[in-house]
Design a protein around this ligand. Structure first.
Ligand code: GLN
Length: 268
């Protein structure tokens, strides 16, 4: 068995990036560098068994990032696993949104509503050394990933974690669950069967969590403060941008597919 054979198995199973994924999975299974794998060294029978175990999981549809235990967000790795959403590159537009609202040295306080792995909150804290925040989630599992990631990246001194928000904030940021309940069954099976429904299902019209966020902002967001939200479809973009007073649309940021993924709103 060679790395090339493994890539061919992934390819035949419909994995879209089989050569690169085979390097990541083999390296994870046997602790070799990519250079060693590419050099084509033989695997021992024990190593073959370990490689086979991870490849079988991937072929069965488990997301790559759950097998590796980590996902990239803005060029940094974050621990992930069953129970938290895997960060998507589209969500990096939220960080661009924050950079448009605050200068690097500003001191501001934010809430990351539905933090999941904590990748948004931790990235904000790394990019803004004087910021502090609260990572909020209803899932205890998610909060333990968020704490682990904040600790690894050394920002846990500036991040509280918990189930609810109190105090006054300059920013509420969120990638909430926004998929309408009726569309969950039609999602790709690696998402539908492996990622937490709690992080995906936004209720009948997909808007349930947005309503909660705006209600919360009415109480805890200071006038002049920002709400920065990920949107899932065009009707959500319009609804968020036209929420009504005291909230005013500020700008939208396009993702790689040219969809206005990040909506920046200001409290008047
Ligand atoms: N973007 C995710 C997906 O398409 C959904 C994330 C969310 O609901 N916030 O799977």
């Amino acid at each position: 068995m060679t790395a090339r054979d493994i890539a061919a198995r992934l390819k035949a199973a419909g994995v879209s990036n089989p050569f690169q994924e085979s390097l990541w999975l083999i390296a994870h299974a046997v602790g070799r560098t990519h250079a060693q794998i590419l050099a084509g060294d033989e695997f021992s029978p024990d190593e073959e068994r370990r490689v086979d175990a991870v490849i079988s999981r991937r072929i069965a549809g488990e997301p790559l990032q759950y097998i590796l235990g980590a996902a990239d967000f803005c060029g940094r790795d974050f621990a992930v696993g069953p129970g938290v959403l895997i960060s998507r590159h589209d969500t990096e537009t939220l960080i661009e949104g924050v950079k448009g609202c605050f200068a690097r040295d500003d001191s501001f306080r934010f809430a990351d509503w539905g933090t999941g792995s904590g990748c948004i909150a931790v990235t904000i804290l790394l990019e803004f050394p004087n910021a502090s925040g609260v990572a909020v989630d209803v899932s205890g599992e998610a909060l333990s990933y968020a704490r682990e990631n904040a600790g690894y990246w050394g920002v846990d001194g500036r991040l509280e974690t918990g189930g609810h928000v109190s105090g006054e904030f300059d920013l509420i940021v969120s990638n909430p669950p926004y998929i309408p309940s009726g569309e969950i069954a039609g999602l790709p099976c690696d998402v539908r069967d492996y990622e937490p429904n709690l992080a995906l299902d936004g209720g009948v019209d997909g808007m349930t969590c947005y309503r909660e966020i705006f209600a919360l902002a009415g109480k805890v967001l200071r006038p002049g403060g920002y709400i920065i939200l990920e949107a899932g479809d065009m009707s959500q973009v319009h609804a968020l941008a036209n929420w009504g007073e005291p909230f005013a649309f500020d700008c939208a940021i396009m993702d790689a597919g040219n969809f206005p993924r990040c909506i920046v709103i200001r409290r008047i």
